[in-house]
Each structure stands twice: as structure tokens, then as C-alpha cells.
Design a protein around this ligand. Structure first.
Ligand code: SF4
Length: 312
């Protein structure tokens, strides 16, 4: 979804309580999801605003489109294979939107004076959904899992966690990890950044299932492209070292209170420009008592890298 990021899943207070977890009885140093790791890599101050200050962010039509399309694609696989057609997917769109809106009425505030018209936004959602069928034929797929919460505790006692959009397992046991993106595929030179999230999930799956996924697949519905990558153990060990280094950098920032802004094109979409020194703003004082590290990547923020966290 995910990321990014709207999540439409039913979420318990802690996802760690929802599934069998090796965390029980072990003191966990902290928890990290690909979304929050991505925030810190992009801009430490953005990570602080989202994870330490927990500042609210307005719903974004692009992010909520991601949520809606993810939910329809998830539900599509509840239908008998023969019924997984573009027409049936379109039929699911409006009722799914109505359910999201009922659960989170403030979503309606996205529309109107400063936002798109609901009807044109729904049309854009339909176009994104239609594009999915040019990339895959869901009648030929039987996913093993959809919207699966995954977590793994590393030897360093850092807990990695997140939601995987889809896991396919072939008859001979090969695992394919699939993530849908409603945006466009990355340009040349940016694939590695996009694949970080997938390698993160692959590491979690390797640690929990003992199997290195045979394929990581990013499905870009914005421009109908698929990015595939075949990971190996060397890749995933490098990813493990990277997330552990990232966690150490986060802890150093926590201890020093030095959360630096890192201006980039991402600032154009940042909801916190008015508080950012790079734009002449002043961040609020840090919360007096730091939130315990494990809670800093809360359940509602785990998710895919698409959508807005905190929806039901
Ligand atoms: S405006 Fe840019 S530099 Fe400032 S917090 Fe947001 S992403 Fe970071």
C-alpha cells in the first residue's frame, strides 16, 4: 500500500497480538516497518513528525485511491476465479468506497473546494483498477495470502513488521511476494529505493518461513508496469544490515533530539512544511517523555506504502 498510506484493515491494538509471534518473553529493542524506515531515510524530521509527534495529516485523494483499489483487489480474490473480471471489480468499487466512508466520514473532506469532485475521483480509481487487468489475470491466480501481517524479530532484537499485499506460493513451494502501487513505476536509477520495501518483506518471510522468496513483484497500476526482482540470501543479509543501521541512526536521533530536515521533491507532498525549518517553520517542542521505542512504530502505521494509516 504499503504502502505508503491508507490502511483499510481491521487492526487490533497491537498487530503483534494478532498472530503467533516470537516476541513473547523477549525484550524487543524497537519495531520498524518499511513505511517508517522509508520516512527516516527520506527525511529524519518527517519521521519525527509522523512517529514521535504523531502529527495528524489530511487525507489525500491519491493515498485514499490507493486504499480503495487495494481493498477491491483484496476482495476480488474472495470471488470464485471465474468471476474475477474487470466488470466485477468495477462493481465492487462504489460499495467499497461507501464502506470506507462510513467507517471514516472525514474522508469526505478531501472533496469540494480544494479537492477533486467525487465522481471524477471515482473515475480515476476505476481507471487504475482497469489497468490491473492488463497486467495480471486474477482468474488464473490463487493467492496463499492477502493483506498479510508479517513480523520477524532479528537477532539484534529489532522487530520488523508490515503488511504484505499478496503472497503467491507455487505447487513446488516457491514464494512470490506481490505489492500493488497505484502510482507510476520508478524511473531509471530509482528502482533500488522501490525495492527496499520488498526486500524488507522478503527478509521477514525468510526469517519466519525459512524460505527466500523466489520473486518480488511490484505491480504499478499508474502506468501498467511490473517491476520484478529475484532476491538471494546475500541481498537479504545486506537488507538486514541496512535496517539495523537505520535503527541505530533513529536511536541516535532520539537520544540527541537532532531530527534534521532533508529537503527533496518529497517536500511538495509533505503536510508539515509550516513546521519545517527548511521552509522557515519551527517544529513543536519534542514530547517530554519519549514514547518507548517499540511503540514508536505503532500498529496503525505499519502497513503498505500506499494509503493513509489509521483507517479501520
Ligand atoms: S517539508 Fe521536506 S524537509 Fe521538511 S519535514 Fe517535510 S519532507 Fe522533511
Amino acid at each position: 500500500m504499503s504502502t505508503s498510506e491508507v490502511e483499510t484493515r481491521e487492526q487490533p491494538a497491537s498487530p503483534a497480538a494478532r498472530v503467533s509471534t516470537p516476541v513473547d518473553g523477549v525484550e524487543v529493542l524497537g519495531a520498524l516497518s518499511p513505511s517508517r524506515a522509508g520516512d527516516f531515510m527520506a527525511c529524519p524530521l518527517l519521521y519525527r513528525f509522523r512517529t514521535i509527534d504523531k502529527l495528524p495529516e489530511p487525507f489525500s485523494p491519491d493515498a485514499v485511491r490507493g486504499t480503495l483499489v487495494h481493498k477491491v483487489l483484496e476482495d476480488l480474490f474472495d470471488l470464485p476465479a471465474v468471476d474475477r473480471t474487470p466488470e466485477r471489480a468495477r462493481d465492487l468499487l462504489v460499495p467499497t468506497w461507501d464502506s470506507l466512508l462510513e467507517a471514516e466520514p472525514p474522508l469526505a473532506e478531501m472533496f469540494g473546494d480544494d479537492g477533486p469532485e467525487v465522481s471524477s475521483w471515482l473515475t480515476s480509481c476505476r481507471e487504475v483498477l482497469d489497468r490491473y487487468f492488463s497486467l495480471e489475470d486474477p482468474r488464473r491466480l490463487e493467492p496463499e495470502e492477502r493483506e498479510l501481517y508479517v513480523e520477524a524479530l532479528l537477532d539484534s532484537r529489532l522487530l520488523l513488521r508490515g503488511f504484505v499485499d499478496r503472497i503467491d506460493v507455487s505447487p513446488d513451494g516457491r514464494v512470490r511476494v506481490v505489492d500493488y502501487k497505484t502510482g507510476r513505476s520508478p524511473g531509471p536509477g530509482f528502482e533500488a529505493k522501490a525495492l527496499f520495501q520488498m526486500k524488507f518483506y522478503a527478509l521477514v518471510i525468510w526469517r519466519t518461513r525459512g524460505v527466500v522468496p523466489a520473486m518480488l513483484q511490484l505491480v504499478y497500476l499508474g502506468n501498467a508496469e511490473i517491476l520484478r526482482y529475484v532476491p538471494d540470501e546475500h541481498d537479504l543479509l545486506a537488507t538486514e544490515r541496512k535496517v539495523e543501521a537505520l535503527w541505530r541512526a533513529i536511536r541516535r536521533a532520539e537520544e540527541s533530539g537532532d531530527w534534521r530536515p532533508s529537503p527533496s521533491r518529497m517536500c511538495d507532498w509533505c503536510a508539515h512544511q509550516t513546521l519545517c525549518p527548511a521552509f522557515g517553520g519551527t517544529p513543536p517542542p519534542l514530547p517530554e517523555r519519549p514514547v518507548p521505542a517499540v511503540a514508536q512504530d505503532p500498529a496503525g502505521d505499519v502497513g503498505t506504502d500506499e494509503g493513509v494509516s489509521g483507517l479501520p
